[in-house]
Design a protein around this ligand. Sequence first.
Ligand SMILES: [Zn+2]
Length: 340
Amino acid sequence: MKNLLLGVAKRVATSETLVRPIAMAADLLMSSRGCLTTFHRGASSQDWERLPNRDFYLDLGFLDQFLTYLAERGWSIVTMEEALRRSKLGSPKDRFINFSVDDCYRDTYEQVVPLFRRHHAPVTLFVTTGIPDGTLSLWAAGLEDVLLNNDRVTLENGAIDVPTAEAKREAFHRIASSWDGPQAAARYATFCKLNGVDIEAMHWKHAISWQMLEALRDDPLVEIGAHTVSHPRISSLSPEHARAELQGSRDRLIERLGVAAKHFAFPFGRSGDCGPRDFDIARAAGFASAATTRKGLVRRDHQDYSLPRNTINGAHRSLAAMELHLTGVTGAAARMMGRV
Ligand SMILES: [Zn+2]
């Protein structure tokens, strides 16, 4: 069935009218369908267009439309906890979806959770505790902000002009890829000095705070999970360091929010970023599940510590593209192409 769907999907690309039959076929052929999704930041449709790093954001106008569409099509929007319970039951015709926000920025509090609230839908927040603690450099957010709000910026080797949205996007990707790695925070600190940016104020302009998280914790529609302390690629760490990242984020959420997070999400989350050793560490740290970003649907026989999750940031702004996740076609395609 998947090969059939994949063939159709290739031809229709993201056509809205032609995806409907795929969804109908999936309804007929698959008994229960569970889909976990994730994104990072949310932006209004107008802002999304002009953001230098817009692929890191989900267009909230589109999310609004998608949440309405899901309700109309009979999908239940559920917490991770409920998604795991339902996936084990595998009730015929059950269709459920979870949305998780990874990292957590200020817009999670100001825009994303309020949108879910308007739809009476739950949302899971996988918090990187170094963000509200102010210990993790939000260098990409800061770089993006400076590019967005200035037509000329100074780099270590001189100034560049970024007068248009396109120039800002191009500059963001070029600079971010040259910084990426262990030196990113130091390069960003230098950049802030060169451009007269108050690095502390910039952090709190984009970070979620513990105060905001306290308010969200008390919202019955919000489920809080953990996403490490400093957002490292877990597979690259020593076992001790990996344990400290997982356990540390769990302990910190207990300490600051009184929440014993049951669910964890691996940073980056692709197969090179977390493996069997790391799945064991998640179990030992006391989590009931751990999610990756390997595409696909949650199966009845899934492994609790390597759950598939579909990333829906950026260019995924068509209901047709979303249907391909909901039918499992994107997961099948990723596996076929070895992109897991
Ligand atoms: Zn993340």
